[in-house]
Design a protein around this ligand. Structure first.
Ligand SMILES: [Zn+2]
Length: 303
């Protein structure tokens, strides 16, 4: 078992147990000791939950784990999100998760998850692009859909301020519907939109909103699942989780993009450059799904 995973399990068990036992050092009667023990265990569990769920505290806990376990690691697998090397990435085993269509995942290399920050290739390719553009990002207004921990670690570590947005995630700075964004025109110099477009009802409206809030010389960095065996993007309005799972790979996907993806971005008014995992050494460049082409599109407004 990976060291960090073992550490997380150990601390989840040890902290409440030790808190419970702490009550027994006090010279009080047994009944009060037990009541106090349960109270302390509950408080410590809640505090641990806060550390894991509150973004700033969570980043600090990742930094501590990184320093404890991976400071001197020189494994071949590198994660540019948390800036650590590993002997191997972790197996996601998405084919065992009922929200996914196992046919999309089975037989494909699943050893793609960073043992520390859980980044997938799609996060690491964005962090690799960000590493090449770090000075520009530091001096610009940056918007990030959505606040995934691995990317937030990159921004935190590199001291880049970023506004995070999401429709559901309570950690996000702004609650935003991508199809109706409550920002003025030309608001952000860099917008990251990582695997969101497949979830929104009207992706063309979402792209027009992203175009609108991007500054004239700004850059949209966008990615979404692409099945390169499809000539065109397919979508079908359905309320059936099972049907979405079969058609689009998972129950919360509303479409699967195809080889017309660049044309779709062109139609929204963007010039498009592509970066894919084969450009850079951010192994592994496969998976987790057969529709994960692990490309990002670097989009600028057409003159
Ligand atoms: Zn990582």
């Amino acid at each position: 078992m990976q060291k960090t995973k073992m550490f997380k399990i150990l601390i989840r068990v040890l902290l409440p147990v030790c808190s419970f036992l702490l009550a027994f050092i006090f010279p009080i009667n047994l009944f009060i000791k037990i009541a106090l023990g349960f109270t302390l265990a509950l408080i410590s569990t809640l505090l641990l939950h806060m550390v894991l769920k509150t973004s700033k505290l969570r980043y600090t806990s990742y930094k501590i784990m990184s320093w404890l376990f991976y400071k001197n690691s020189h494994g071949l697998n590198y994660c540019p999100c948390c800036d650590n090397h590993f002997d191997s990435f972790l197996d996601l085993e998405l084919y065992n998760n009922p929200i996914y269509n196992p046919a999309i995942f089975k037989g494909i290399n699943q050893k793609v998850s960073c043992p520390l920050c859980n980044s997938a290739p799609r996060h690491r390719i964005i962090a690799t692009w960000a590493n090449m553009n770090i000075e520009k990002l530091k001096s610009s207004k940056v918007l990030l859909f959505a606040p995934e921990i691995s990317l937030m670690l990159w921004f935190d570590r590199n001291k880049c301020s970023v506004t995070t947005a999401d429709l559901i995630d309570p950690i996000a700075d702004k609650k935003i519907d991508l199809t109706s964004i409550d920002f003025k025109d030309n608001s952000y110099d860099y917008i990251f939109c990582n695997h969101v477009l497949e979830h929104v009802n009207d992706y063309k409206k979402a792209l027009s909103e992203l175009y609108r809030i991007l500054t004239a010389d700004g850059t949209l960095i966008i990615s979404f699942p692409i099945d390169d065996t499809l000539e065109v993007t397919i979508e079908k309005p359905t309320t059936s989780n099972e049907e979405r799972k079969q058609l689009f790979g998972q129950i919360d996907h509303l479409r699967i993009f195809g080889n017309d993806s660049i044309q779709i971005l062109n139609n929204a008014g963007f010039e498009v450059d592509i970066m894919d995992t084969s450009d850079k050494n951010i192994c592994p460049d496969t998976a987790p799904a057969k529709y994960d082409s692990n490309q990002i599109f670097i989009c600028t407004k057409r003159a």
